[in-house]
Design a protein around this ligand. Sequence first.
Ligand code: MTE
Length: 317
Amino acid sequence: MLIKSRNTHDCLESEVTDYSLYMQRRRFIETSAKGFGLAMIAPSLLLSACSEASPGSDTTTSAGKQDQELTPYEDVTTYNNFYEFGLGKSDPAKYATKFNVKPWTVKVEGAVENPGTYDLEDLLKGMQQEERIYRLRCVEAWSMVIPWYGFALADLIKKLKPTSTAKYVQFETLYDPKQMPGQRGRALDWPYVEGLRLDEAMNPLAFMATGLYGKDLLGQNGAPFRLVVPWKYGFKSIKSIVAIRFTETEPPTSWNITNSGEYGFYANVNPKVNHPRWSQRKERRIGEFRKRPTLLFNGYGDEVASLYQGMDLKRYF
Ligand code: MTE
């Protein structure tokens, strides 16, 4: 099931191409683009056999201009953090094989003009679907480069219409210990919750993913839809969302509840602020041995630094 709200004439090359071929072609396109000085063209424009399908926004960012060799699909779908399915990196792929995401409803509540319980398909109606290559940098100092498929979070928020008192948005993951064996233990305070300041959520980089590599999200990656916030540590990118809540005050977030000394609300990628137990200066790209330097805001500073002007990033970590 690939949740589509784009027109039937729209198509993604990855939908008609085997993914390994898609990947090879993708790498070729990217390399060629660099060689021919096309790096400013949106990846979706370069890719698309049906260019009509390409949305307006140019998602090539300051980080997008760096080396963006894609992490193999195999790694993206077998090396995961999804504690609802277990604490080991291979547990989510092992225990999410039968994860049922149909039907899927999403509760919208709080300071919002259009509250209600929506079928996911209805919620996604009218969203401009597109592909974006984003690097996800986990707080554990590894990263992956993933071709996500989905839509801008800002578009969804505009559809839901928060009221003028809304300052934050909170997201909540499904709580279903029958399907999610990890929830039978107390590793975290279930359900998993995460949040953003509303202006962060409205930033054009904030993304809701329904797929990756041109395929629907698998359970381990947060099916049927999840957040991707590329300038923040991976734990902000909450999976398998069943509730979206608009609030006036900063909402609680799972890792902050669990250990506020180690995990702040903001969680912006910052090589100068170490995790209390390890350095954040470098990271290992999954599939590589060498370490790469970690970049402030994961390299997306041009797009997001203004959100934090005047804030002490050591205090608001
Ligand atoms: N969302 C939920 N509900 N539960 C989780 O345990 N882990 C987070 C985030 N979203 C997590 C979650 C962490 S720590 C990371 S690094 C990313 O998911 C990993 O996403 P990926 O497995 O798709 O790479």
